[in-house]
Ligand binder design. Structure first.
Ligand code: OSB
Ligand code: MG
Length: 382
């Protein structure tokens, strides 16, 4: 968000007010196909949701943590613990959202837990005004670009089939997951078959500096970027790798705050940053980060965490902010689920763009019957 002097009134001054009912829910939705990365294969999406109900308004946040600590150290269980014991107790009706975030400053890390609750509060504040979230944040509606993240496949042939499907749908760029043993030849095969495709690769930290010469072989395939080749919390070694590669590097896992982004930019560790609002502590921090990147000449895009429609809708609203100049990991609902918990689902227009939903808040509504079906746990926490 803008710095204090230019912060909008609702952020600094308006009391959040009482909230009748606060609940934590866990849902589990089967994926249409397993999603494989260098760190894990996920067969379903298990997500912790925050539900705020007040005077007929229902607002939602989604925590991007997985049940396991394979992508990030936070999990659905750790996030629940932090939300219940350290974040919610600070929520007092007379505090503004900025005031609450100030109190949360002493909670270290746990960005995914914070984001889940902060985003639910933003959804609530927007819905109370009858405004879409992007309008509350001060950004005009704009159609956003689409992108798809294709998981590790069994064979090169299967990968080519998936890329073919994605290009037929009209995605603006394709990201393919790579790992040791499924990298240079696999990228080469895709590039050969799709010479003009905007293509990138995501390694989820599978390599080390010792692989620099191997990774440099990717330079000839005109990748738009290589995402997180090195360790999930490294910034410095990426700067050494970037010096040795022509292909721009993009950081994902290593970036948890605006300060991390500033460090990565100063060290020239990457030329692109993947901003996942859920990984950086919420939409407000994500907006600040996009602003810093824009001011530093670093293009950014919105990553995804295979969220349900709630989280995806928040990512879509976020991409109206200045700085999101590249297509992100925002795909059609049908790429993830046979049936999602919300309406309307995400679909690509014939030119590959995605419309911002017109409704208040995140712009999507949870369908009660589907929620019931996918629900595995529900707890009132106020
Ligand atoms: O590294 O960007 C990643 C999904 C889960 C965990 C990590 C990542 C991803 C994706 C998929 O790449 C993004 C999406 O389609 O939501
Ligand atoms: Mg990634």
């Amino acid at each position: 968000m803008p710095e204090t002097a230019t912060s909008p009134d609702w952020l600094e001054k308006e009391p959040i007010g009482a909230i009748e009912r606060i609940e934590l829910l866990t849902v589990r939705l089967p994926f249409v196909a397993p999603f494989g990365t260098s760190v894990a294969v996920w067969n379903c999406k298990e997500a912790l949701l925050v539900r705020l109900a007040d005077k007929g308004i229902v607002a939602w946040g989604e925590c991007v943590a997985d049940p396991d600590p394979y992508y990030a150290s936070e999990t659905t269980v750790s996030a629940r613990c932090i939300i219940k014991n350290f974040l919610l107790p600070e929520l007092k009706p007379d505090l503004s959202l900025a005031g609450l975030l100030g109190r949360w400053r002493r909670v270290r890390g746990n960005e995914m837990a914070r984001a889940a609750l902060e985003n639910a509060l933003l959804d609530l504040l927007a819905k109370r005004r009858g405004l879409p979230l992007h309008s509350l944040l001060g950004f005009p509606s704009r159609r956003i670009m689409s992108g798809i993240s294709i998981g590790i496949q069994e064979t090169v042939a299967k990968l080519l089939e998936k890329v073919e499907e994605a290009t037929a749908c009209g995605y603006h760029r394709v990201k393919m997951k790579i790992q040791h043993g499924k990298d240079v030849e696999w990228v080469e095969a895709v590039r050969r078959r799709f010479p003009g495709l905007a293509l990138m690769a995501d390694a989820n930290g599978d390599y080390s500096l010792a692989d620099a010469a191997h990774l440099a072989r990717l330079d000839e395939f005109k990748l738009t970027m290589i995402e997180q080749p090195l360790s999930y919390h490294d910034i410095y070694q990426h700067s050494l790798l970037q010096e040795r590669l022509k292909t721009p590097l993009c950081l994902d896992e290593s970036i948890h705050s605006v300060d991390d982004a500033a460090a990565a930019i100063a060290l020239k560790s990457c030329r692109v940053i993947n901003i996942k609002q859920g990984r950086v502590g919420g939409i407000l921090e994500a907006v600040k980060m996009a602003r810093l990147c824009a001011a530093s000449g670093i293009p950014t895009w919105s990553g995804g965490m295979d969220e349900t429609g709630i989280g995806r809708a928040l990512n879509i609203q976020l991409q109206t902010a200045p700085g999101f100049t590249l297509p992100g990991d925002t795909s059609e609902t049908s790429r993830y689920f046979q049936e999602d918990i919300d309406e309307p689902g995400v679909v690509l227009a014939s030119d590959g763009f995605i419309e911002i939903p017109k409704g208040p808040g995140s712009g999507v509504e949870v369908v009660a019957e589907r929620l019931e079906r996918f629900l595995i746990d529900r707890e009132q926490v106020n």
